[in-house]
Ligand binder design. Sequence first.
Ligand SMILES: Cc1ncc(COP(=O)(O)O)c(C=O)c1O
Length: 458
Amino acid sequence: MAGQRARPVSSGSGGVGGSAVPTANPGEMAATVTRVRDAVRRHSLRFERAIPLIASENLLSPYAKELLISDFHSRYAEGLPGERYYEGNEQVDEVEEICLALAKRLFRCSFADVRPTSGTVANMAVLKALTEPGDLVGTSRLADGAHISSASFGAFGLRGVKPVYYAWDAERMTIDVARTREILRAVRPKVCLFGLSLFLFPMPLDELRPTLEEIGARGWYDAAHVLGLIGGGEFQDPLHEGCTVMSASTHKTLPGPQHGILLGSMEDSEVVRRLQGGAFPGVTSNHHLNAMAALAVSLAEHIEFGREYARQTVANARALAQALHDRGFDVLAPNLGFTRSHTIAVRVEKEGGGERVAKRLADSGIISNKNLLPGDKSPKHPGGLRLGTPEVTRLGMREKEMERIAELFEDLLHRGKSEAEVARAAAELKSGFTTLKFCFGAGEAAYRYYDLVGREPS
Ligand SMILES: Cc1ncc(COP(=O)(O)O)c(C=O)c1O
């Protein structure tokens, strides 16, 4: 970074202008590379033995993964296909055109932009395109499950827009439509953002659409969590329920590379132009061409396998919720079937609170995250756990395995079994589910570490 100088690691000769550049002892940096590789290998082994229940994580198919280390990784392609600022982009253009066509086909829409490098970056592009500093933007509160993009210390704050919070129905874990209509009519935000990080039920888009039209607000849907479910036909379809634009990550329920996307069906070419300008040069320069190519593969695979994958992901979430509920866990929204997505929420105050329980589960080989739930007294002490089924479904687990996972929760948290005992049982269960499903090249090892050189550096 301009103006900053690295501190010398050990004494070395002065560089140009007398400034010292870092040097290392013989073998020190090669050993450091080995340490890094070793840590990543241990991580892969750990996950191979664990039950991964993070709602925002998934596994990449082998054909998509391969492209991450292709030469696309080394290149730039600023601009749009056919209108680049650099030479040498013909094959990049070809792949990006394929990626855009697949995205439009999967989400049945006329506009796509695959240049945002993550979900947050996609959100920033929308904010840049559709708002000005000082504008009012409708959204949900963090405590009701919204992403930090909506926070004053996140993308909203960066753009200088002011949140207008929807009323929340904690019983039904969704927006309270009647009270929110009143808020929207009174405050009249310019844009209304729908979408959550703790996303159990569809947003009431149809119900709120007339109010948005009445006040002239645009609908914006953040599908980071549910993109793969929408593509698989298992969740609501925001672009056909009145939203102008949908932003998303491409690596949660869509089992793609870590990247972002913008999608829309707008007639207005000025909005298209603003969204494209929001993506580049608004919030990206290089758009990670290797990930873009991997995304093309993941979109093709989702068109081929996504329906069945999405159906099983939701079925697994509902089965896990039911099995935990049957074992005395306080799973939210029991009267509504617990969830219609890949995610469930469990209040674990009587088991020790979100932080303690998530840590004990991790020590037992079950990876989840603590989560704030509506009604929590302090944001520092979340009373809940968020559990998701995208990754275990990708590995071929079904309802029967969800029962078994619930038993492991019971063993650890209600029956006093030790972390070590439960970790052994978790690894045994997992040993039958370590290869990828719902993709081309199914059957490949999901957690394989690709050793390209075949020896440690020296
Ligand atoms: C609703 C929502 N939007 C945006 C994001 C950000 O996505 P990314 O991590 O790809 O930046 C997340 C991440 O979890 C999310 O839950």
